[in-house]
Design a binder for this molecule. Structure first.
Ligand code: NDP
Ligand code: 2IT
Length: 444
């Protein structure tokens, strides 16, 4: 049996009931076959793949907190410190009822290669909790965040592990967590990114994932002779990534016609009104059913359905496994030219294969959504030098990082004879740097 197949089999056996983690490992290792085959003897002797699929450390802890009625609740907190070969652990904190160890591990594993692709010195990690901030008062969210950080603060630091936002964790949650870290540890340091602008945050971090997604998508299209201006775009999700992806797509002259949340979706034939979307989601924290109050021409539909809308470009920006084979078939039938993942692993393996087989340009999340963590690393740099850069400075750096990422993965794909396969390119380019650093640092 090949080394790659052996390790995949081990991962499935040693990590039962973690399907998302299995999926992420399979996707990465399958596409590393040519690199592994070229170095098989050395990698086997060094147990390189066994080391890369095993987190350096995984923390799981109790998070008790009191609601507004005086009732005590207990959630589970996680932080998986996956790989520190190229820098301190870096990755977001997800707050969503679906969170479990397998989901945090899949996200942490992806983060290793994504962070490597940014070209910046950040290792891979991820954390979170099954706490649901939706429908909670600000005081309840604060109580949870303070309790969560009371335990987490023992394991993180500006030079060891720097968490940030993800699903359910935005500026409000980061603020409460930062305050509690400072209070307990007595350190005013860049231990979290995505901070508010008055206490060490970076301009552009809020917009960075969505903007970066569009910078990379535009470059991918241009390199394939396609102009993004005038194209019709469908987006799923209506959170941080989706909102700023929609904003940048419109600034580039494309027309975004859908957004969604976990209960339904909106079709706006005139183009999504980003200001209205921001007010509904960022200010009111309301549901998308409200969108019709702002735009009477728009349609609201219950359930899922954005991929049934005819489009040139599809940007999944909600969550994992939200674009299935059937959806991919609908996209291809409707003439879709490109899919770029704003979310982490939103496209199933079968759907990805179908899209690629049908010549749809496909940019995987670990490249396409790397603008968020890249700008987090720029926030860390600004914190270290105790300076703040202008919006234009950060935005220019983000643009050049995204364009570089695209060319790195395009080149890696070509080097191994997989021209145009950006999944293979991203995995190889991300892996090469981490592998070299791990081998150089000995058996640790
Ligand atoms: P938000 O919490 O801001 O928004 C998430 C959006 O996705 C909401 O519209 C939410 O709907 C929807 N959603 C979440 N879970 C589900 C689900 N199970 N089914 C259907 N819809 C769902 O998160 P972000 O925008 O920050 O994150 C979106 C994706 O992007 C995630 O995959 C995240 O890991 C990834 N990402 C985020 C980065 C960042 O910087 N924030 C960076 C890189 C990747 P509802 O409100 O109804 O739950
Ligand atoms: O998935 C991701 O890359 C993020 N949620 C952002 C991580 C970060 O550290 O900014």
């Amino acid at each position: 049996m090949s080394y790659v197949d052996e390790v995949i089999e081990q991962v499935v056996k040693q990590n039962p009931a973690e399907p998302e983690f299995h999926q992420a490992v399979k996707e990465v290792l399958e596409s590393l076959r040519p690199v592994v085959e070229a170095n098989e003897e050395r990698y086997r002797r060094e147990a390189l793949l066994e080391r890369i699929v095993n987190p350096e450390r995984q923390l799981k802890f109790r998070v008790p907190w009191v609601d507004d009625k005086g009732q005590v609740h207990v959630n589970t907190g996680y932080r998986v410190q996956f790989n520190s070969a190229i820098g301190p652990y870096k990755g977001g904190l997800r707050l969503h009822p679906s969170v479990n160890l397998g989901i945090i591990k899949f996200l942490g594993f992806e983060q290793i290669f994504k962070n490597s692709l940014t070209g910046l010195p950040i290792g891979g990690g991820k954390g979170g909790s099954d706490f649901d901030p939706k429908g909670k008062s600000d005081r309840e969210v604060m109580a949870f965040c303070q309790s969560f950080m009371t335990e987490l603060c023992k394991y993180i630091g500006a030079d060891t592990d720097v968490p940030a936002g993800d699903i359910g964790t935005g500026a409000r949650e980061i603020g409460y967590m930062f305050g509690q870290y400072k209070r307990i540890r007595g350190l005013y340091e860049g231990v979290l990114t995505g901070k508010g602008l008055t206490y060490g945050g970076s301009l552009v971090r809020t917009e960075a994932t969505g903007y970066g997604l569009l910078y990379l998508t535009k470059e991918m299209l241009a390199c394939n002779g396609i102009d993004i201006a005038g194209k019709t775009v469908v987006i799923s999700g209506s959170g941080n990534v989706a909102i700023y992806a929609a904003q940048k797509a419109e600034q580039m002259g494309a027309k975004v016609v859908t957004v969604s949340d976990s209960t339904g979706w909106v079709y706006d034939p005139d183009g999504i009104d980003v200001a209205a979307l921001k007010e509904i989601k960022e200010v009111k924290r309301a549901r998308l059913t409200e969108y019709k109050n702002y735009r009477p021409n728009a349609e609201y539909h219950d359930g899922r359905g954005v991929w049934s809308v005819k489009c040139d470009i599809a940007l999944p920006c909600a969550t994992q496994n939200e674009l299935h084979l059937e959806d991919a078939k609908q996209l291809v039938a409707g003439g879709c030219l490109a899919v770029a993942e704003g979310a982490n692993m939103p496209t199933t393996l079968e759907a990805t294969e179908y899209l690629q087989a049908n010549k749809v340009l496909f940019a995987p999340g670990k490249a396409a959504n790397a603008g968020g963590v890249a700008t987090s690393a720029l926030e860390m740099t600004q914190n270290s030098e105790r300076l703040s850069w202008t919006f234009e400075e950060v935005d220019a750096k983000l643009q050049s990082i995204m364009v570089n990422i695209f060319h790195n993965l395009d080149d890696a794909a070509k080097r191994y004879g997989f021209e145009g396969n950006y999944v293979v390119g991203a995995n190889i380019a991300g892996f090469e740097k981490v592998a070299e650093a791990m081998l150089a640092q000995g058996v640790i």
